[in-house]
Design a protein around this ligand. Structure first.
Ligand code: SF4
Length: 188
């Protein structure tokens, strides 16, 4: 079970060590603007749920970080609970996979896509996210050639140290699969 893998207390550390680039991009945008458009919010909450973040933490995160809205608690409590399957009688929203993110068409002001496909200053992002300088052009080239998940895999390899012999076993299939493999890597 992924229960409790991600929490409000661990998210800032995980952001530097274990979150996939697509989620880091959402958090970077949120940090600058204190808001995210609808699709970005839902992608983030669905990722949180699948990463095992407790509902209470997802609510607290939303209320304390989406401060550009007049009353984030009033505006988003139902939506977060809905994604977690606690409202509307459904099972909630499943986390979005790479193919959905790659196919998304984020417009100006939206950040829910795959940063390797919908590039916005990718090299600077990679630098900010801790990729080694020698790897930046290599990753950018894979992204430019349309090999987005391969680029993501190389990102993983560049940002995970030690246990080099295990790197060949890493395959990125899903943003949450990126997170789970990184979590296991760093705790295993
Ligand atoms: Fe996220 Fe998948 Fe793109 Fe990696 S390849 S950044 S996990 S959407």
């Amino acid at each position: 079970s992924t229960e409790g893998r991600l929490t409000i207390n661990s998210i800032e550390t995980m952001r530097k060590t274990s979150l996939p680039p697509c989620i880091r991009q959402l958090l970077d945008a949120l940090q600058v603007d204190n808001k995210l458009k609808h699709d970005g919010r839902v992608h983030l909450w669905a990722f949180f749920k699948a990463a095992g973040m407790p509902l209470e933490d997802a609510l607290k995160f939303t209320f304390t970080r989406m401060t550009a809205y007049a009353n984030p608690e009033k505006e988003f409590k139902y939506n977060v609970r809905h994604v977690y399957g606690k409202e509307g009688g459904g099972k909630g929203v499943g986390a979005y996979g790479c193919s959905t993110k790659i196919k998304a068409l984020p417009v100006e002001g939206q950040y829910q896509g795959c940063p390797f496909k919908h590039q916005r200053n990718l090299k600077q992002q990679l630098r900010n996210w801790g990729v080694k300088e020698v790897d930046i052009d290599k990753i950018k080239k894979k992204a430019d050639d349309g090999h987005y998940q391969v680029a993501c895999n190389q990102f993983f390899k560049s940002t995970h140290k030690d246990k080099e012999e295990k790197l060949d076993l890493i395959t990125i299939l899903h943003p949450n699969n990126f997170f789970d493999q990184s979590f296991d890597w760093n705790t295993g």
